[in-house]
Design a binder for this molecule. Structure first.
Ligand code: ARG
Length: 607
């Protein structure tokens, strides 16, 4: 719970235990279940020597003042001391606080915490790179997860008081974009490009890659027949070589080639922007592989050469980590290429320069890469190279937030290529689920828009349900169900409280005079104790960086709410009782809303 309780208990326990407050305060932890108390103290954390922890726990409990104004007599559980808050003071303190702070309840600022501040320069800056799809290629499940998790992390740090820079590092450079330009020359359709650039470019991309595959087969066949001359001729003049040359024109800054590519890129970004907006995400910068200047890469290459980090291998440049990092780790990092034989840079080369330039541009205190765990090795290599280049301090600020796979992501239409397709398909399915309940469906004002939001919630909640690193199966039926811990259920729980609020129709002033003495039922007390945990849940999430930390809490909250309605009737109760209970439910709605928005969901008021 909030500082008030922690500070109070620290004060009392310092006297009881004789241990310094600086040890007591952090040792007071929130509990994972209310049956274990509201706060818990692990006695070993106070580092008192000479007595067994469970003996100490018993002694401290015995010495705890019997008439504490905020906390009941503590209980011993092994070497833990459990503290249960007295309901009435908790209600008196918590409900008005939540109603005053509203959407800020749970933020660091509201909590009075300043850990996002650097005393010398004020706010700390975090750069979060996420989503990062590849232009003209499908937006696959990895990008979907990166988008969802990255958006959430950005909200989390913003709420904690950091300056957040959201970067989308597009895959928008390389020979394949030379190939794409050739495809447009051959089969491009201006109107189709204007109408739907992402899909049109993808069509071109697929078509030209088929041709490329045919060319490759031809060459293989010729080689097999011993016709090496003919094969070599294709290699010199064929599509692959043309693409290479076109890309060379792009890197050399040929105006027409660059302009064409830039058009594709800009048009794609316009579309991406719309889609991200549906997920409540706005990027501060669309960087990308194309934006890394050749000169910067040249400088990094020189530095690596001077420090003997790179070495030649068959005409290319590699980093042989076994020579720089001792033991197994050196082997594990392998021998990545940083420059091809023809002198072109690679994915890793660009990441090295990009990271250094981000440090210069943003002076970040922390940088997070939200990228699938398939790229674990790539990011380890990147961070290690930065370290070897002498930038240990920068490497220490970088963190790879990884995540597992999405299995079975095909939808009913089987056309999932881009985020838009996924969202459209889920919205359609959601609409169908809603329509199955005819009576309720008739009352929904704008079914299409509601289905869209619920569909997005369904996808996001399914994604955030487990730990990030776990794989999960994309299950359209399960995620769109109103039963179980799903997005639609969470939205329903929120909308239900909103509806009670509408029907009760009281003002904030009315609520301010609510009498907490009337909230003495176990269900009410259970809810307020959960509400009091929210700021701690946020603090804990800043440690775990797991959306599921928030989601697990929100579902506990929705379960507590749904089992309370039969016991805590609002509309129809006598006025004072109605007021008190509504005050509880309004507080619950605020916390649900804050939690949902932290995750990036758009809470609905009606459905
Ligand atoms: N565009 C890449 C992909 O689709 C992801 C980029 C990850 N970020 C990075 N800095 N390498 O695989």
């Amino acid at each position: 719970p909030f500082d008030l309780y922690r500070a109070h208990l620290t004060n009392v326990l310092t006297k009881v235990t004789g241990v310094d407050a600086s040890l007591v305060y952090p040792a007071l932890q929130w509990t994972t279940g209310l049956d274990k108390g509201d706060l818990i103290l692990a006695t070993p954390a106070l580092r008192v020597k000479g007595k067994k922890p469970d003996v100490l726990a018993a002694e401290w409990v015995a010495a705890f003042p019997a008439d504490d104004p905020l906390v009941e007599a503590p209980t011993v559980n092994g070497y833990f001391v459990q503290f249960f808050f007295k309901p009435l003071p908790l209600l008196k303190y918590t409900l008005p606080l939540i109603q005053q702070q509203g959407c800020h309840f749970g933020d660091n600022k509201a909590l009075g915490l300043r850990d996002a501040q650097d005393p010398s320069k004020g706010k700390k800056t975090i750069v979060i790179e996420f989503s990062s799809p590849n232009i003209a290629k499908p937006f696959h499940a990895g990008h979907l997860r990166s988008t969802i998790i990255g958006g959430f992390l950005a909200n989390l740090y913003a709420g904690a008081g950091w300056d957040v820079v959201r970067i989308n590092y597009l895959g928008d450079w390389g020979k394949q974009y030379g190939l794409l330009a050739l495809a447009f020359e051959r089969y491009g359709d201006e109107a189709a490009l204007e109408r739907d650039p992402i899909n049109h470019l993808y069509e071109l991309y697929v078509k030209i890659n088929k041709e490329l595959a045919v060319e490759k087969d031809q060459m293989d066949a010729l080689k097999k027949e011993g016709k090496t001359d003919e094969a070599a001729k294709i290699a010199e003049t064929g599509l692959d070589e043309q693409a290479r040359q076109y890309f060379r024109k792009m890197t050399d800054g040929d105006a027409a080639a660059v302009a064409q590519w830039r058009r594709f890129r800009d048009m794609s970004i316009v579309r991406y922007r719309d889609t991200y907006a549906r997920l409540n995400i706005v990027f501060d910068s669309y960087s990308g592989e194309s934006q890394v200047p050749e000169a910067a890469m040249e400088a990094s290459a020189q530095k690596m050469a001077e420090l003997n980090i790179t070495e030649e291998s068959e005409g290319a440049l590699i980093v042989d980590f076994s020579k720089h990092v001792a033991g197994k780790e050196g082997k594990r990092l392998e021998r990545p290429l940083v420059r091809k034989r023809d002198g072109t840079a690679l994915y890793l080369t660009r990441d090295i320069s990009e990271l250094l330039s981000r440090q210069e541009r943003y002076h970040f205190d922390k940088m997070i890469y939200v990228v699938a765990s398939q790229q674990d090795l790539h990011l380890k290599q990147l961070f290690k190279i930065i370290e070897l280049m002498g930038y240990q301090a920068i490497a220490d600020k970088c963190q790879h937030i990884n995540f597992g796979l999405v299995l079975g992501m095909s939808t009913r239409k089987g056309t999932v290529k881009f985020l838009d397709d996924i969202l459209r398909d889920v919205a359609d399915k959601m609409h169908e689920v809603m329509r199955a309940n005819e009576v309720k469906y008739a009352q929904v004002e704008n079914p299409e828009a509601t289905a869209d939001i619920l569909g997005i919630s369904a996808v996001m909640v399914q994604d955030m349900t487990g730990k990030r690193i776990n794989n999960y199966t994309f299950d359209m039926d399960k995620m769109t169900s109103f039963e179980g811990d799903t997005g639609p259920y969470l939205q329903y729980a929120h909308a239900r409280v909103c509806s009670i609020e509408r029907r009760a129709n009281l003002t904030a002033q009315d609520l301010a005079t609510a009498d907490p003495n009337l909230l003495n039922e176990p269900h009410a007390i259970n809810i307020v104790r959960l509400l009091a945990q929210w700021p701690d849940v946020v603090q804990n999430t800043l440690k775990t960086l797991e959306p599921t930390t928030v989601l697990t809490y929100l579902f506990k909250m929705t379960h507590a709410l749904s089992s309370s309605y039969d016991h805590l009737q609002v509309v129809g109760s006598e006025p004072e009782l109605l007021k008190a209970r509504l005050s509880l439910y309004v507080s619950a709605r605020i916390v649900l809303n804050n939690g949902m928005r932290l995750l990036g969901l758009s809470p609905v008021d009606r459905m």
